[in-house]
Design a protein around this ligand. Structure first.
Ligand code: PBG
Ligand code: ZN
Length: 322
C-alpha cells in the first residue's frame, strides 16, 4: 500500500501542520441585547449564558470581552416603546444609539460596533416593517430602516446590518448614509435570511415575535437555492460590503455556494436556536459542549464563512477552546 492517509494523522503536531481550516478570534462577532435602565443584567431563559444588558453594564461586559480579544459586537435594542410606525427605532436617544455612544466613549476605535437594523422589536404587531391590511409594506418600511441606520451612524456605529429582508433596503441605506457623509459606515446585509424556526429563542430575547402571521412574505423560503443567489447579488449590486447567510448550521451548502460566487466577505449567523440546542443537550449531559461547539465553528469556516456571528464566541475565548 502506497497511500496511507493515516501517516498525516499520527500525532497532534503533524495534524496541526496539515489542518486545512483555521479559526481565528478575529472572525467572531458577539451579539448583545440592550435594554433600558441602569445596572441591569438579566439572564435570558431560552439562551443560557446570554443576558439583557443596560448600557452601563454593557460597557463593563464589553470591556471584559475586549480583554479576551472580542472586539466586534452586534447590538439589538429590546424594550423600546412599541408603535404602529416603529418610530422609536430611529430617534437620537434610542437604546441602541445610546449604547453605541457609550461604547464609543469608553473604547473609541478599540471596539467595532455593528447595529442590527430592523423594525420588529419596535412595532406593536412584531413584524419587521410597516403593516397595512396585514401586508408588510416594502417601500414605507425601507424609508424607516434608512432613518434607523442613519441614527446609528450618527451615534458612531461602524457598520449597520439590515435584517428585515425588504427589497431595495441596502441601496436605500447606502444612499441615506452617503447623503449624510457617512461614506465610511459599512453595511453587512442579512442577504440570505431564511424564514426559520431557529429564531425561536431570539424572539423571546428580543420580544419581537409577530403576534399574527409569520415572516414568510419577506424572509426567504429555505427550499430555493436560485432565489437565494439572486437575493445575495442584488445586495451586492446595491452596495453591501459583507453578505450574510442566516441561519448557519442547517445552511452550510448555502455558505459554500455563495463563497464560490461572490468576492465579498461572507458572514454567517449561528442563530439563537442553534445555540440553545447545543446548550440544552450539553446541560442534559448528552453532548460535549466544547467539542460540539468547536466542530460547528470549524464547519462554518470550512464551508467558506469569513465571519462568524455567534452567542458562543464569548465562552470559546473565555475557556480557551481554540
Ligand atoms: C430581526 C432579527 C432576528 C434575528 C436577528 N435579527 C429575528 C427574526 O428575524 O425573527 C435572529 C437572530 C437569532 O435567532 O439569533 N429581524
Ligand atoms: Zn425583524
Amino acid at each position: 500500500m502506497i497511500n496511507r492517509p493515516r501517516r498525516l494523522r499520527k500525532n497532534p503536531i503533524v495534524r496541526e501542520m496539515v489542518a486545512e481550516t483555521r479559526l481565528s478570534k478575529d472572525m467572531f462577532v458577539y451579539p448583545y441585547f440592550v435594554v433600558p435602565g441602569k445596572g441591569v443584567q438579566n439572564s435570558i431563559d431560552a439562551m443560557p449564558g446570554i443576558s439583557h444588558f443596560s448600557a452601563d453594564t454593557l460597557v463593563k461586559d464589553v470591556e471584559a470581552g475586549l480583554k479576551l480579544g472580542l472586539n466586534k459586537v452586534l447590538l439589538f435594542g429590546v424594550g423600546e416603546q412599541k408603535t404602529e410606525d416603529a418610530s422609536s427605532c430611529y430617534h437620537d436617544g434610542s437604546l441602541v444609539a445610546n449604547a453605541v455612544r457609550e461604547l464609543k466613549k469608553a473604547f473609541g476605535n478599540d471596539i467595532y460596533v455593528i447595529t442590527d437594523v430592523c423594525a420588529c422589536a419596535y412595532t406593536t404587531h412584531g413584524h419587521c416593517g410597516i403593516l397595512k391590511d396585514e401586508v408588510v409594506l416594502n417601500d414605507e418600511t425601507v424609508a424607516v430602516l434608512a432613518k434607523m441606520a442613519l441614527s446609528h451612524a450618527l451615534a458612531g456605529a461602524d457598520m449597520v446590518a439590515p435584517s428585515d429582508m425588504m427589497d431595495g433596503r441596502v441601496g436605500a441605506i447606502r444612499e441615506k448614509l452617503d447623503a449624510n457623509q457617512f461614506i465610511q459606515t459599512a453595511i453587512m446585509s442579512y442577504s440570505i435570511k431564511f424564514a426559520s424556526a431557529y429564531y425561536g429563542p431570539f424572539r423571546e430575547a428580543a420580544d419581537s415575535a409577530p403576534n399574527k402571521g409569520d415572516r414568510k412574505s419577506y424572509q426567504m423560503d429555505f427550499r430555493n437555492p436560485n432565489e437565494m443567489m439572486r437575493e445575495a447579488f442584488l445586495d451586492e449590486e446595491e452596495g453591501a460590503d459583507i453578505l450574510m447567510v442566516k441561519p448557519a448550521l442547517a445552511y452550510l451548502d448555502v455558505i459554500q455556494q455563495l463563497k464560490q460566487q461572490t468576492q465579498l466577505p461572507i458572514a454567517c449567523y449561528n442563530v439563537s436556536g442553534e445555540y440553545s440546542m447545543v446548550k440544552a443537550a450539553a446541560q442534559a449531559g448528552w453532548i460535549d459542549e466544547q467539542k460540539v461547539t468547536m466542530e460547528n465553528m470549524y464547519a462554518f469556516t470550512r464551508a467558506g464563512a469569513n465571519i462568524i456571528i455567534s452567542y458562543h464566541a464569548r465562552e470559546i475565548l473565555e475557556n480557551k477552546w481554540m
